[in-house]
Design a protein around this ligand. Structure first.
Ligand SMILES: *[C@@H]1O[C@H](CO)[C@@H](O)[C@H](O)[C@H]1NC(C)=O
Length: 172
């Protein structure tokens, strides 16, 4: 007997499918004048080192471009003897179209691979999906990740219950 079973579930909840092509710019402290991350625990860089990040996310690669979103969260070295960085952060959009909406992301970096989208708010309520990330530039404690975002979300604005919601929530 396998230790798992999987079966399809018929689901009538309408989902929207989202693709985005963006770049995440990581600028470590050290020689960089304007870092967008900071070690807050364990400055040795070893096991347990934890840093806070406010990475910029742009349409064109490079931290000098205006951010369309920020990648705000934490990353932590949780493996030994090799380093392995676990991170969990919010992608919070700042552009006119999706301002204030978030995608909630977790995974391992910097190795090329996939991160999970485990939630979302605003336009991207109940998002789930993946972000394929590939390092395309790396020098002097700076990295640029190409992000291929692929998610499904539920658009609450187009909910069938919108008239019920309006009746039940005064001031909304
Ligand atoms: C959600 O649905 C509304 C109404 O159909 C639409 O105007 C809006 O653009 C949709 N938003 C997203 C992020 O899909």
């Amino acid at each position: 007997m396998a230790y798992y079973q999987i079966a399809p579930v018929l689901c009538v909840l309408v989902q929207s499918e989202l693709y985005m092509h963006l770049y995440l710019n990581q600028v470590a402290s050290g020689s960089n004048p304007d870092p967008n991350q900071l070690v807050i625990v364990g400055p040795s860089g070893g096991f347990g080192t934890t840093a806070v990040n406010d990475w910029s996310i742009t349409i064109q690669p490079g931290a000098d471009n205006p951010p369309v979103a920020k990648g705000q969260g934490l990353h932590m070295n949780l493996a030994r003897p090799k380093t392995k960085w676990y991170m969990s952060f919010n992608i919070e959009f700042q552009d006119a179209r999706f301002a204030g909406s978030t995608l909630n992301v977790m995974g391992i970096f910097p190795e090329n691979g996939e991160w999970s989208i485990i939630g979302g708010t605003g336009a991207f309520t109940m998002a789930h999906g993946i972000i394929k990330h590939t390092i395309i530039q790396s020098s002097r404690e700076k990295r640029v990740f190409e992000l291929k975002i692929h998610a499904f979300y539920t658009n609450m604005t187009s909910s069938q219950l919108i008239s019920y919601k309006q009746k039940r929530t005064p001031n909304n």
